[in-house]
Design a protein around this ligand. Structure first.
Ligand code: CO8
Length: 260
C-alpha cells in the first residue's frame, strides 16, 4: 500500500510514524484509518527487526485532533457502527502489537486522537499537549474505545467527567491522572519516546511481548489474567533468552538476547 497520510521513517530499527495532515490538525479520515490498519496488520509485523514504533503528528499544533468531522455527515446508523468497529479493530492491532508502541503527543490529542494515544503502550506528552474526548459537543460519544481505555487509565470518576463535559486537560493534568507517562518540553516528545523504546530494546524481546500480552489480559473479557501470566511466565522460562539472562547475571556481564 502507498501511504498518503502517514509518513514512515525507520532509524536504528525504530519506526517513526507521523500523521501527516497538518492543515486538518492530522484528523483521522477514512484513508488514514485504512493506512493505519495496513501498517499494523501487515507492514509492521513484517519488519521483524523493529525495536518499537513511535506515533506522532506533523507540525507543532496537533498529535491528532480526532476523527475527521468533515466526513461525519455521511455517517448514519449502521454506517457509524461499522466505522467505529473498524477503528476499534485497528486500535486493538496497536494495543496488541508485540513490540512497544509509544505515542509522542505533540499537541491536540482529541476524540479519536486521544483514543489512538490510549491504545499505545506508553504516552509521552509535550508541554503543549492537550487531551480530551469532546465528542459530546457533536452529539456523539467516543467510538474508538475511549470510554473503555480512559476508564482503565484514569478511573471511572475522571473518565465520566472528561467524556461528559468534553473539556480538554493539559499535559501536567494528564500526567497527574496517569494518562501520560511523561511530560517533556515541546519538541522533545519523539526523542523521549525513542529513549523509552531503546530502554526496552536491551531486554529480552520475548519477555517484552509477554509483558504486553499479560497486562492486556487484565482487560480482556473472560480471560483470567493471573492464569494468563502463569502460562506466559512458563513460556519465557523455556527460552534461550532466559538461560542467557540468568547466565549473564551469574557471570556479571550484560546479556545478549536473541529473541529465541
Ligand atoms: N476533523 C476535521 N478537521 C479538523 C478537525 C477534525 N477533527 N479538527 C480540526 N480540523 C481542521 C479545522 O476544520 C481547520 O480546517 P479549516 O482551516 O479548513 O477550517 C483546521 O483543522 C484548524 O482547526 P481550527 O481552525 O479549528 O483551529 P483552532 O486552533 O481554532 O482549534 C481545535 C483547534 C480546538 C482542536 C479545534 O479544531 C477543534 O475543536 N477540533 C475538533 C476536535 C474534535 O471535536 N475532535 C473529536 C472529533 S469526533 C471523534 O474523534 C470521534 C472518534 C470516534 C469516531 C468513530 C466513528 C468514525
Amino acid at each position: 500500500m502507498t501511504y498518503e497520510n502517514l509518513l514512515l521513517s525507520e532509524e536504528n530499527n525504530i519506526l517513526i510514524v507521523t500523521f501527516n495532515r497538518e492543515k486538518a490538525l492530522n484528523a483521522l479520515n477514512r484513508r488514514t484509518m485504512l493506512e493505519l490498519n495496513h501498517l499494523f496488520s501487515e507492514d509492521a509485523p513484517a519488519r521483524t527487526n523493529l525495536k518499537g514504533i513511535v506515533l506522532t503528528g506533523a507540525g507543532d499544533r496537533a498529535f491528532v485532533a480526532g476523527a475527521d468531522i468533515k466526513e461525519f455527515l455521511e455517517m448514519e446508523g449502521e454506517k457509524g457502527q461499522n466505522m467505529a468497529q473498524y477503528g476499534q479493530d485497528t486500535l486493538f492491532l496497536i494495543e496488541r502489537f508485540s513490540k512497544p508502541v509509544v505515542a509522542a503527543v505533540n499537541g491536540f490529542a482529541l476524540g479519536g486522537g486521544c483514543e489512538l494515544a490510549m491504545a499505545c503502550h506508553l504516552r509521552v506528552a509535550g508541554e503543549k499537549a492537550r487531551f480530551g474526548q469532546p465528542e459530546v459537543n457533536l452529539g456523539i460519544i467516543p467510538g474508538y474505545g475511549g470510554t473503555q481505555r480512559l476508564t482503565q487509565l484514569v478511573g471511572k470518576a475522571k473518565s465520566l467527567e472528561l467524556c461528559m463535559t468534553g473539556e480538554m486537560i493539559d499535559a501536567t493534568e494528564a500526567h497527574r491522572l496517569g494518562l501520560a507517562n511523561y511530560v517533556v518540553p515541546a519538541g522533545e516528545e519523539v526523542i523521549m519516546a525513542i529513549n523509552l523504546i531503546e530502554k526496552t530494546a536491551t531486554k529480552g524481546p520475548i519477555a517484552i511481548a509477554k509483558v504486553i500480552e499479560s497486562v492486556n489480559a487484565f482487560f480482556e473479557d473472560g480471560v483470567d489474567g493471573f492464569a494468563y501470566e502463569i502460562k506466559a511466565f512458563g513460556e519465557t522460562t523455556n527460552t534461550t533468552d532466559f538461560r542467557e539472562g540468568a547466565t549473564a547475571f551469574t557471570e556479571k556481564r550484560t546479556p545478549k538476547f536473541e529473541g529465541k
